[in-house]
Design a protein around this ligand. Structure first.
Ligand code: DLL
Length: 437
């Protein structure tokens, strides 16, 4: 790709290519305003800052942010529903929420100005991913309280695309509409994209020879092996998209067409990596927990929000010309990490082993049980349709061996019949945790 075509692919060239020192200066200015606003308008932050003995006046450089307290998911729950809002409820024009498996949902709010920023960041992100004005975007992210559907919807409209607001589910019908409308972009969780690929193949529809060109996938961890699988089965370039509702929704970070890490939009967010146990800030390049501070959010400013997502940052120059640091592919959430006989593993590592394994489909679940004082892992992996069940035991043994040698963990493997592993309609459930039952 020439420099010229790279430059023309930028949505906001001035900001996306801002030199590091100017990005730092912009962050510092916005951070000061955010901390002051949070202290003045949100009792929770006032209290937390006082307890830590810090205030906005202590911020001389970006490194001083480390003196401020973290915000965690329970802070949102404890202040349910609107207690962390920094504006009167009447100024909040949109609410979203994450369902949460236990207890109260996490509620987030947006002013009209917040929605404007979100929309333009989504348009910027889509452009970075290779989407162009005029594309037909099949948006299979869930619409509703989940931020995926509406986030992509408004961003794609802003960019000048034609959007099909299909949401998740009704998969057979989705294939027909993709074909009839000439969808060139698929926006979905990677697990639902796989479900769509499978249903299309079953219907005899070859999406590889359709107009489909780009897949914008996120909302859950997925491996490079899954990327290669989706590229191949859908005939697309699959690009990673990261975000979380507490910070905004999708549009926090997006891969460019280099597909080598996600540019985090540093004019609106400040990214840190901290040690997951000591919570000490780590230098760029080290692996740890991603912590995000919002720099422009009005309704719900977030100071040092602990995402629980494990990754690392890269400030290596990117061939696309964008200067915003990259967040490398997220291995998984701290909470999803399993410790099996002392070995830490994420579902996405198992995914990497299973995808491409002879006779196995890329559908899987991990079952965790307690046996005595130890956690025991069973991998449920699905056989391809033409494999007779007589072959299942030897396939299971081979997978077990592979998992042991690639990840270093001993587990049981159950080969399941075609269709037995539940298909994703949105975010896939990768772990069945039977330890509490
Ligand atoms: O999943 C927002 C989103 C929608 C992002 C659509 C991208 C596309 P939540 O429901 O609040 O928001 O879930 C956020 O999902 O902390 C990660 O653990 C995980 N996650 C999101 N994107 C990725 C990704 C949306 N690309 C939580 N890779 C985050 C790995 C991801 N994990």
């Amino acid at each position: 790709m020439t420099a010229q075509t790279n430059v023309s692919a930028l949505y906001a060239p001035d900001v996306e290519c801002l030199p590091r020192d100017r990005l730092d200066a912009l962050q510092l200015e916005r951070l000061k305003a955010t901390l002051t606003n949070a202290q003045d308008r949100v009792p929770h932050y006032r209290r937390a800052f006082a307890e830590a003995g810090v205030g906005p006046g202590d911020l001389r450089g970006l490194a001083d942010l480390a003196r401020f307290p973290f915000t965690v998911k329970t802070d949102l729950r404890d202040n349910y529903p609107f207690g962390l809002f920094a504006v009167p409820r009447e100024e909040v024009v949109r609410l979203h929420a994450s369902s949460g498996t236990t207890g109260k949902p996490t509620v987030v709010g947006y002013t009209a100005a917040d929605l404007e920023v979100w929309t333009s960041l989504m348009a910027r992100s889509l452009m970075a991913a290779g989407v162009r004005p005029g594309d037909v975007v099949h948006n299979a992210y869930g619409y509703g309280l989940f931020t995926g559907g509406l986030g992509f919807h408004y961003g794609a409209e802003r960019l000048g695309c034609t959007v099909t607001p299909i949401s998740g589910g009704n998969t057979e019908k989705q294939i027909a509409l993709m074909r009839d409308f000439g969808a060139s972009v698929l926006a979905a969780t990677p697990s639902y994209a796989l479900n769509l690929a499978e249903v299309a193949e079953r219907q005899g529809v070859d999406l590889r020879s359709s107009a489909l060109r780009v897949g914008v996938f996120g909302g859950e961890p997925w491996s490079e092996a899954m990327r290669a699988e989706l590229d191949r089965r859908l005939g697309i370039s699959a690009v990673d998209s990261y975000g979380l509702s507490e910070i905004m929704g999708p549009g926090v970070a997006m891969e460019c067409s280099q597909r080598d890490g996600l540019h985090g939009w540093e004019d609106h967010f400040l990214f840190e990596i901290v040690h997951p146990d000591t919570l000490e800030p780590l230098p760029v390049g080290d692996v740890g927990e991603l912590v995000i501070t919002t720099l422009t959010k009005r309704a719900l400013p977030m100071i040092r929000y602990r995402t629980r997502d494990i990754t690392r940052l890269s400030d290596e120059p990117c061939a696309c010309g964008r200067t915003h640091r990259r967040i490398l592919k997220i291995a998984g959430r701290n909470d999803d990490m399993l410790i099996i006989r002392g070995v830490n593993i994420y579902p996405s590592q198992v995914e990497s082993v299973l995808i491409g394994f002879p006779g196995i489909e890329p559908h899987y679940q991990l079952v965790v049980e307690r046996q005595g004082s130890l956690d025991h892992l069973t991998i449920e992996a699905e056989a391809q349709p033409l494999i007779g069940d007589a072959a299942y035991p030897s396939m299971a043994a081979k997978i077990r061996h592979h998992v042991k040698s690639m990840i270093g963990v001993s587990c049981e493997v159950r080969v399941m019949k075609p269709g037995e592993v539940p298909r994703s309609q949105g975010k896939a459930v990768r772990v069945k945790d039977l330890r509490g039952s």
